[in-house]
Design a protein around this ligand. Structure first.
Ligand SMILES: [Zn+2]
Length: 145
């Protein structure tokens, strides 16, 4: 099934696979819904999910977690960058990815993962969350400062 989305998935210099624009995307454009399976909060399971380089789950305001490790959720490949060009917004029961900057064709789409990190992970796992985004504004960590 062809993706009706303005991006493709390919190798990223940040980490593994990444999401890349296939045409210019203007600030404020809704890029894709972040689809997943809702699971009840289980901090251990979530810690295991994000132990790898990719973070594929979002904690939602209703206390559940959206697990995005699904084939029909291509934006699960969004990499972290400390100066991101995308952000995830949750409203009316849906999590969606929006452009927060003008994005050129070919540019990698990125999120700042700190927006979705639960508080308990701020200590103890820091080494697993070292940031390699290469941004001039890099915090050195995927976690909030
Ligand atoms: Zn960084």
């Amino acid at each position: 099934m062809p993706l009706p989305m303005p991006f493709t998935i390919r190798h990223s210099s940040i980490d593994g696979k990444g999401v890349f624009a296939t045409r210019p995307i203007a600030t404020g454009t809704m890029i894709a819904p972040y689809k997943g399976r809702r699971v009840l909060g289980d901090r251990t399971a979530r810690a295991e999910q994000i132990a790898g380089a990719h973070t594929m789950s979002f904690d939602l305001p209703d206390g559940t977690t959206l697990d995005g490790r699904l084939a029909f959720n291509p934006v699960r490949f969004l990499n972290h960058r400390c100066e991101p060009n995308c952000s995830a917004y949750y409203a009316h029961g849906h999590l969606r990815i929006y452009a927060i900057a003008d994005i050129a064709s070919g540019e990698e789409l990125t999120l700042d993962y700190q927006l979705s990190r639960p508080q308990p992970w701020r200590s103890g796992l820091s080494r697993r969350f070292r940031c390699r985004c290469g941004s001039g504004q890099c915090r050195g960590s995927l976690l909030a400062a």
